[in-house]
Design a binder for this molecule. Structure first.
Ligand code: CA
Ligand code: CA
Length: 145
């Protein structure tokens, strides 16, 4: 079993995809999760690279958010596109990071991501409410490196 599979069961992966779908029912913003075994780069730098590899900058309102995780070290990074970064304060991201770090540290990996996604969804909803003509601009599936 490689470490990405050890990190989340397939049922947990499904729950995470569901939580992305639920979050996006309330907002035009888009959330994606990318999980890979390891990176030699700083997680934030690697997250930025993944963000562009997944074309996450191609949303109409520039409101995509990526949750990046390297499973070997449980390092992670969260990055929002410029539309959301203009509006969300640093303290929100800090709170989000503390929440995820806490659940990772007690081995609740799925809960870390699900609660993290829910929190991002609530934040996105404040600034980018769901619109009638909303489309799913970015896939809800977990991206794996
Ligand atoms: Ca959408
Ligand atoms: Ca989506």
């Amino acid at each position: 079993m490689n470490s990405v599979e050890a990190f989340l069961t397939s049922d947990e992966e499904k729950m995470i995809v569901e939580s992305i779908k639920n979050a996006e029912k309330n907002t035009s913003g888009e959330v994606r999760v990318h999980i890979e075994k390891s990176t030699l780069k700083h997680p934030l730098e690697r997250a930025q690279e993944v963000f562009y590899n997944l074309n996450m900058q191609n949303t109409k309102q520039r409101n995509g958010v990526l949750l990046y995780v390297a499973t070997n070290t449980k390092q992670f990074a969260i990055i929002g596109d410029e539309g959301i970064n203009k509006l969300v304060t640093e303290s929100f991201w800090e709170f989000e990071k503390r929440l995820i770090t806490h659940y990772f540290s007690i081995g609740k990996n799925a809960k870390a991501l699900i609660d993290g996604i829910q929190l991002i969804g609530e934040k996105l909803k404040m600034y980018f409410p769901y619109e009638k003509d909303d489309t799913d601009e970015l896939s809800n599936e977990i991206s794996k490196g």
